[in-house]
Design a protein around this ligand. Sequence first.
Ligand code: NA7
Length: 547
Amino acid sequence: MTATQKNNQVTNIDAVVIGAGFSGLYMLYRLREAGFSTRVYEAADGVGGVWYWNRYPGARCDSESIYYNYTFSEELYKEWTWTSRYPEQPEILRYLNFVADKFDLRRDIQFNTRIKSAYYDDDLNRWHIRTEDGESVSAKYFITGVGCISTANIPSIKGLDNFEGEWYHTGHWPHEKVDFTGKRVGIIGNGSSGVQAIPVIAKEAAHLTVFQRTPQYSTPAKNNPYTEEFIRQAKENFHEMKKEVRASLGGLPIPINNQSALEDSPEERRKAYEKAWEAGGARILFAYNDLLANEEANETASEFIRSKIRETVKDPETAEKLSPTYYYGTKRAIIDTDYFETYNRPNVSLVEIKKAPIQEITAKGIRTADSEYELDAIVFATGYDGMTGSLFKIDIRGKDDVSLKDKWVNGSETRTYLGIATAGFPNMFMITGPESPSVLGNMPVAIEQHVEWVMDCINYLREKNIEIIEAKVEAEEAWSKHCGELADSTLYTKAESWYTGANIPGKARGFQIYVGGYGPYRDKCDEVANKGYEGFSLMSSSKTTVR
Ligand code: NA7
């Protein structure tokens, strides 16, 4: 029950966890605390998950830092001090390193190791996990903490190999500073990453050309450094904050105005939106309770933001090009620092690639249907193959050698029970898997809930001498149906977004996130556990059903 070994020897341990981001670190901490031998595998050479890789200029979190952390340890919460409202990537990475040091986690993490496959052995009731280097380990429990948005989407554009300049993806940024001084830079993509990077790169580059496919709504972050007094109060308020974030819909203690936008007069609405705009972040989404459910209500918020774009961007033609038409919030709500202001700079230009698509990357730059742009560097801020992308990168096979990818028909028929487990894959747990609320809120809160639920479950199995837990087909059918119905009752499914898989050519469309909110979801998971893991088959080692 010690560490794994090479030389064809297979080591037996209790649990294998993939990924050393927020999920993997906490899962390791809990498993180890409960006395389970555990090994975490991590492809990077350090902890951090997406915060290890996302080092692009301007990279920040869009959740407020005092809520974007673990709450399982009061001591940890009080020992760490955030410097500003929206933390920069290096600060978050420092935080996760601090966590790893404080709880001495690194000794059970194998870095620089990518997992190639995980096969379930039905005879032995164990998972056989293999690394890309050929190392094998056998574990009773297989837990994925691979992140929802960690597999980079680099569009296959003809000619990229011929480009003589340098190119980067925001999610795989070099560790050393990339110096754009004096360079002509092109950036493709204006989601959260692009919107954060564009103002920063524009200040450094000789010229920045933004290749925009879809204009996006963005609201000002109103980032600011925290005062000592603010931090003191936040720390004092720890228990209340923890209770509130865990019961909330999106993992943040921000109340939603429980009223329809259509009940207010246009003047009252304007006032409410102005107040939310001034408060910063994505507060507009909290201004009324039906912005993501009712088209007419949504249009009031969408038009408010468009009016702000017109006020901010001096050239009316550019303002028009930057004005989105989809329903605000149905793509991830973006927050920014000086994003729209950046288009007033003389060294920034905007190219609409829906009107004149990119045809080729040449040795000298980017050629669209109507022009050629000479560039020294290209930045792909083109996002991720979300929700299933990172799971599908590993060859995961359950009972009868069925692969997860095949079972889910490449994502078009994703079926999970609670977004944590899937039938045919016993003793496998997915932290923030598809069909859990995950990315529709403040991730550490979702992660802690999953880790704690999984830990309670594993402890229960040990106490009751149960060897195998597996989601029942009927339970996952019902859960997937419920998720789909909830999503269809909102406007989310109307957008072309990474939430729906629309950003990846050829990817099956579907909305694989539970939209009912963190608090209600937690209650549902607790109910399942309290009923002795209702919806799961619980079996002894001889496959005798225990319940
Ligand atoms: P996003 O939000 O998926 O944004 C990706 C951007 O790249 C978006 O503007 C896309 O346009 C654009 N894109 C994607 N593929 C292409 C191609 N092939 N050609 C041109 N433009 C393209 O990713 P981010 O990294 O910004 O953010 C991911 C999440 O991280 C974010 O939601 C937060 O949760 C944190 P589109 O809108 O699809 O037309």
